[in-house]
Design a protein around this ligand. Structure first.
Ligand code: ZN
Length: 777
């Protein structure tokens, strides 16, 4: 009998579209699908009720259209489904006897519909192959991203987006042996299939490499027979762990990327510069072919595949992978630790309590081997567990590259991203179960409350209090009350000015798991009293952000998502092209994400913005927005490298043609981690210790300012992890990465790099919140 399909809805997108999985296999397999799933999970060790059986079907998961404007993917999913279910197709019938195929026809339906609706709206009765035709020129913000303009193919491990969260729950219930991610690249290219390019992560096993070759050889056979062009082993690497190929790879699967030429520019047909016409039909045929070939080879190698899969997880569950056997994470703030715990839980990574005595480990913050000193709250993650490789990939102190020309960032270690003190320990430390942190009751006060402020969670609380009309103050200096010290930035909520809402304050604090104390007097033991001028009132700001064409869609999307979904605080998105008509009186804070701002280069436009700042406005410029301001009169200057000033080696410009790709690497910074020294007496850095780990995405650094506040600086070469080219290395030292310039009654805050990168750089979110709520009050 032919294959049958079971269709399941696993969730909904931000715009309410359905997320679907199609399970296809023989009728016999489909009738015991749940048993097959459970058995497979037993093989991984994630389900422990009994031993798993290797004599079971291979699970092949095919994911389409994670990037919405790579349109041939979902079309190919339909053709693939059809042939799997086609009673006349003897081959697929055969394969489905020992294979379960899971098809996600569209990971990103909001992005795909954005693209398709636009495309249909500009298409005439006859298609046009001219590359300059408007149907080949997709408008901002393009269909690639989801509703909040996140790239879902960078989000697998972090799970910041609803699509990812819902899908990963399913993925971790199934843990397939093979996962393929379908993409498109520029229309002038051909086709890319496995094996992947260097750098391959060192955690990738010989079997995972071998099967990539097995697949590649089989695909090549079909492509050759049709005379189709393709390339392998170039460009698409397996390194950054949050892709649709690497994440499955670090979860014991064969993780694969397929790239078809076309992308957002392919339309229905496109005339390439070599004279060939690339049609949507061609694109579908190629994707369909690699899909079928993948299922074929998985089926033919099912016995080996299942045994290798079991061996992989047996090793993970008995020895663990890598030289570090335990990671310890510790904090005085349970909310900060909770953020990390939920990421671990979403990835099915186990953690727990442990015996703290006499452990030594690599301290991520100092870069040295030291005795482990724990703070108030701690967890240990032992790598002897099913997710061993994923743990190593996410926690490795310094990622090793076999090749430095990579497609994405080269460092992402979670202790830096979350700003949590951590140790990598070579010893295998036993982990016991842990209990959730209980909500601490906060008694009613007749005078006021003092609230600890040092995590993004506290900023969420602040945003919520302001929204509910609570007047909040903060201290510019530390003080003590009843023998307890309160750091700078501690929030002060007094009955005074809050009479009507005061009774509900304890509930608001508890809802946000705040750490708060009752205070009965305005006179402090040490430091300033509450009537002092050094106690600042936090005004509820009207926040706006510039967005639109020429502005980073991901950069502006991150800010939008932060306010709309995480802080729950209103933000007005204004198209940068409409800036001439803006009523500046309605804006207190203006955020400019990375991008190019035409009006800034225009004298009148720049002056209007400057006037608003001088009258009390607060401007937050991020990445290239800050760099663009450095070329105007805004009080900041970009640092020049020695190379730029031309004092170096006279032969430096003599290069060999064949080395042109390699030579380019010296100018590369594909996302590395730098240690910044922080002036945490400035409100921008309240809640932080005197260091901060930034993900550096460009080589911009600013001259130390005499007339401004150098809040986050790189001293010497403070690179901590990741790859940085030699020329760039020289440039990124002794300069300011985060600064504040006062202008009249207002201020300009600039970030050389994106502080909330992909929304997984958790520790930067408080910086942005401080910029919005605390600076310049
Ligand atoms: Zn893609």
């Amino acid at each position: 009998m032919a294959g049958v399909m079971k269709l399941e809805k696993y969730g909904e997108t931000n715009e309410g579209r359905e997320l679907l999985l199609a399970f296809v296999s023989s009728p016999e397999n489909i009738s015991r699908l749940e048993e097959i799933r459970k058995n497979n999970l037993r093989l991984t060790g994630l389900l422990k009720d009994k031993a798993g059986d290797v004599n079971a079907p291979v699970i092949v998961w095919l994911s389409y259209n994670v990037h919405g404007d790579e349109a041939s993917s979902s079309e190919a999913a339909m053709k693939t489904l059809f042939e799997l279910l086609n009673p006349a197709n003897a081959a697929t019938k055969e394969w489905l006897n020992n294979t379960v195929v899971i098809i996600d026809p569209c990971i990103n339906p909001d992005g795909r519909d954005r693209y398709v609706n636009w495309f249909n709206s500009v298409l005439g009765k006859n298609l046009n192959v001219n590359p300059n035709a408007r149907e080949h020129s997709e408008p901002w913000p393009y269909g690639r991203s989801n509703h909040y303009n996140f790239d879902l193919n960078r989000d697998w491990a972090w799970q910041t987006q609803v699509e990812t969260k819902q899908r990963m729950k399913k993925y971790n219930e199934w843990m397939p042996q093979v996962h393929c991610d379908y993409h498109e690249m520029g229309p002038e290219d051909n086709y890319f299939f496995a094996p992947a390019a260097e750098p391959l992560h060192e955690l990738i096993t010989p079997w995972q490499r071998e099967f990539q070759h097995t697949l590649g050889t089989n695909h090549a056979k079909y492509f050759d027979a049709n005379g189709w062009l393709y390339f392998t082993r170039e460009y698409y690497d397996l390194f950054y762990p949050s892709y649709g190929d690497t994440y499955p790879t670090f979860n014991g699967a064969i993780g694969i990327t397929y790239e078809q030429a076309g992308g957002g520019r392919g339309g229905l047909a496109y005339l390439k510069s070599d004279g060939d016409t690339l049609t949507l039909k061609d694109r579908i045929a190629h994707h369909f072919t690699t899909g079928m070939s993948t299922i074929e080879m998985s089926s033919k190698n099912a016995v080996r595949m299942m045994n290798e899969f079991k061996r992989y997880f047996d090793e993970a569950g008995s020895k663990g992978i890598g030289i570090y056997k335990t990671y310890i994470v510790t904090s005085n703030d349970h909310n900060k630790l909770d953020e990390l715990k939920s990421l671990l839980t979403n990835n099915k990574i186990g953690f727990g309590d442990f015996n703290r005595a006499g452990i030594k480990g690599y301290n991520y913050f100092s870069g040295k081997e030291e005795p482990v000193i724990t703070e108030k709250y701690s967890i240990a993650i032992n790598v002897v567990q099913p997710k061993s490789a994923l743990i190593q990939a996410l926690f490795e102190p310094s990622s090793k590259l076999t090749d430095s020309a990579t497609y994405d960032i080269t460092a992402w270690s979670l202790p830096y991203a979350f700003g949590l003190k951590s140790y990598a320990v070579k010893e295998n430390i036993a982990v016991t179960s842990t209990t959730a942190h209980p909500v601490i009751p906060i008694p009613a006060s007749s005078y006021g409350y003092l609230v600890k402020y040092n995590s993004f969670n506290d900023a969420k609380l602040l945003a919520s209090l302001l929204q509910q009309g609570v007047r909040v103050r903060y201290a510019e200096q530390q003080f003590s009350f009843r023998n307890k010290n309160y750091a700078r930035g501690s929030l002060i909520i007094l009955r005074s000015g809050n009479e009507s809402v005061f009774a509900s304050v304890p509930a608001m604090l508890m809802q946000h798991h705040a750490e708060a104390d009752v205070v009965e007097s305005g006179m402090m033991q040490t430091g300033v009293d509450f009537g002092s001028g050094k106690i600042r009132n936090i005004k509820k700001p009207n926040v706006a952000m510039l967005t639109g064409a020429n502005i980073s869609f991901t950069g502006s999307g991150e800010v939008w998502h932060l306010f709309d979904q995480q802080l729950g605080y209103p933000i007005t998105l204004i198209n940068a092209d409409d800036i001439a008509g803006v009523n500046w009186k309605n804006i207190d804070v203006l955020i400019m994400p990375g991008g190019f701002y035409k009006f800034l280069s225009d004298k009148d436009g720049a002056n209007e913005l400057k006037t608003w700042v001088k009258e009390g406005g607060k401007l937050i410029a991020i990445e290239s927005a800050a760099a663009q301001m450095a070329s105007g009169e805004w009080g900041i200057k970009l640092k020049k490298s020695e190379e730029d000033s031309g004092t170096k080696n006279p032969y430096a410009s003599l290069r060999k043609y064949e080395n042109r790709d390699r030579d380019g690497i010296v100018n590369n910074i594909p996302g590395a981690i730098y240690k910044l020294e922080m002036d945490n007496s400035h409100p921008l850095a309240f809640g932080y210790p005197d260091i901060y780990f930034a993900v550096k995405l460009n080589d911009n650094l600013y001259d130390f300012m005499k007339d401004g506040w150098n809040v986050g600086v790189v001293k010497k070469n403070n690179q901590v992890a990741g790859f940085v080219g030699n020329t760039v290395k020289e440039k990124i030292k002794d300069g300011t990465a985060i600064g504040v310039v006062s202008m009249g009654a207002g201020s300009v805050i600039f970030f050389a790099d994106d502080p909330i990168f992909r929304s997984f750089w958790e520790n930067g979110k408080l910086l942005l919140a401080n910029a919005v709520f605390l600076v310049g009050q």
